[in-house]
Design a protein around this ligand. Sequence first.
Ligand SMILES: [Zn+2]
Length: 124
Amino acid sequence: MRFFGYLWALPVTVVGLTLALLAFLTGGSVRVRGGVVEAYGGFVGRLLKGGWVRRGGAAVALGHVILARDSECLERSRTHEMAHVRQYERWGPFLLPAYWLVGGWLWSRGYHPYLDHPFEPPPV
Ligand SMILES: [Zn+2]
């Protein structure tokens, strides 16, 4: 069953792997842990520091890849991001469009598009 989760999330994982490779080529670190590729530092660290993901700037999951600003952010965010990895296994390539649609709808209704988002796991 896990195989289908990997296959279903693969289109997004490929994007994550590309960014992980860029992180590695620019001085970052890449490893595999718990069936997920984890990358931090280098280009990815600079990208996340730049604020392209506002509050979630510490780390982001793209399929079976977790990208983090640095090792500390990775450790702190792993449980949260693993919840998103499970969502990718359920929603596959539709997770990101669904996430943004729901976020936009929340924002248009005066809710917080991140804090009130049902796809965001509760803080640990
Ligand atoms: Zn999240």
